[in-house]
Design a protein around this ligand. Structure first.
Ligand code: S3P
Length: 433
């Protein structure tokens, strides 16, 4: 079992580029595989999650060449995928499983999706139900979990669907199925969620109309190959934003970070807490805004996190809870019940670990109440959740004693090279197998 030993203290300095955006990397493989022509992808995240998506498309007959972060995808067209010879293993990735399920529901061949222990407990009915109402035939385990089996040749019909929860995975799953459906698919979201699918579909020449909370897209549109530059992942950059904020005398520059407005909740929440964050050098890269982010140490204060920011920072809460633990006063999060069905129950996992470190953190049904205080040291569990492991590594910057974090191998799902990059930036982490 890989564990991280984090020595207390340290300060952040220098300029780093964190790996490519996970959400955009998954989508870049999916859409370029079903496009007509050859697409080149640079900045691709070579983490386990997005590589599982890549392997799935290779197993469906797509020729994909990889060379040091440069990916060349020989698209087979909307109807060109072939039946995979084996079950497709999505590992730890909810995004891969839910997005592929939508796409596979529209194929003329049968397929099966499996995942690791964590993924096999995550709720899939949120995608199975709308897909079934489009005509898909999907088999799942009791309670709607993976392994999933998908029947081919289902002749999907477009759907008009109000999403019951703010989920970009569910939205994207339905849009991908909608590509294979007769008629116009309409999805309405209860709150804005990341819109990488819509932006990238447009980049591949699809007509996708977003109007307020509604997205409309006609089925059976063909995609034209295009080149994609994947920005650095704001969700990975977030660990360093909090790190530089809480560690005294720190200043770090994070290069080429994607700041799609549906992902910038972490910046807004940290600024409300008093963080010193500046954005420079704004560019538009393939329909996605990108900036360099500079973060300096600041005295943080506890806040009531505005509910509307929750879906826009959904993956950043583990490390935001560490910021809250280092802030003056109390931080209150509500409306975040989705955190309980991520790679782990992130509310419970963080509360348990923060309590072990000496912080008063009290979970609620849909959030948490954290009283800023002194972080001691101790042994915490990541529950195999990459973001919990990295969040507690950041906590060591303000801890009095060593923090040992168990079960950290899954950091490779989203952030290969985390220990090296974080060590170069100033954290004191050693990884042990
Ligand atoms: C993702 C959407 C989010 C997020 C996940 C990636 C995506 O999940 O937590 O890490 O790429 O669409 P939900 O849409 O289920 O909230």
């Amino acid at each position: 079992m890989t564990c991280f030993l984090c020595s207390p203290g340290g300060l952040l300095s220098g300029s780093i580029r964190v790996p490519g955006d996970k959400s955009i990397s998954h989508r870049s493989i999916i859409l370029s595989s079903i496009a007509d022509g050859v697409s080149h992808i640079s900045g691709f995240l070579e983490g386990e999650d997005s590589l599982n998506t890549l392997k799935a498309f290779q197993s469906m007959g797509v020729v994909i060449n990889r060379n040091a972060g440069q990916i060349v995808v020989h698209g087979v067209g909307l109807k060109g995928l072939k039946a995979p010879t084996r079950k497709m293993d999505m590992g730890n990735s909810g995004t891969a499983m839910r997005l592929l399920l939508g796409l596979l529901a529209g194929q003329d061949f049968d397929s099966q999706l499996i995942g690791d222990e964590s993924l096999s407990t995550r709720p899939m009915n949120r995608v199975i139900k709308p897909l079934e109402s489009m005509g898909a035939k999907i088999g799942s385990q009791d309670g709607g979990t993976a392994p999933l089996s998908i029947k081919g040749d289902s002749h999907l019909k477009a759907i008009d669907y109000d999403l019951p929860m703010a989920s970009a995975q569910v939205k994207s799953c339905i849009l991908l199925a909608g590509l294979y459906a007769e008629g116009e698919t309409v999805v309405r979201e209860p709150a804005p969620t990341r819109d990488h699918s819509e932006r990238m579909l447009r980049g591949f020449g699809c007509d996708v109309i977003s109007n307020g909370n509604e997205i409309r897209m006609a089925g059976l549109q063909s995609l034209k190959a295009t080149d994609i530059d994947v920005p650095a992942d704001i969700s990975s950059a977030a660990f360093f934003m909090v790190a530089a904020s809480i560690a005294p005398n720190s200043e770090i520059k994070l290069e080429h970070v994607g700041v799609n407005p549906t992902r910038t909740g972490v910046i807004n929440i940290l600024r409300l807490m008093g963080a010193d964050i500046s954005l420079d050098n704004q560019k538009n890269v393939g329909g996605e805004p990108v900036v360099d982010i500079t973060v300096r140490s600041a005295r943080l204060k506890g806040i009531v996190i505005p509910k509307e920011l929750v879906p826009l920072a959904i993956d950043e809460f583990p490390v935001l809870f560490v910021a809250a633990a280092c802030a003056d006063g109390e931080t209150l999060l509500t409306g975040a019940e989705e955190l309980r069905v991520k790679e782990s129950d992130r509310i419970q996992a963080m509360a348990d670990g923060l309590n072990i470190l000496g912080i008063d953190a009290r979970p609620t049904v849909d959030g948490i109440r954290i009283q800023g205080g002194i972080l001691n040291g101790g042994e915490v569990e990541s529950h195999g959740d990459h973001r919990i492991a990295m969040a507690f590594s950041v906590a060591s910057l303000r801890a009095k004693f060593e923090i040992k974090i168990n079960n950290c191998a899954n950091v490779n799902t989203s952030f290969p090279g985390f220990v090296e990059l974080a060590s170069n930036a100033g954290l004191r982490i050693v990884s042990h197998d």
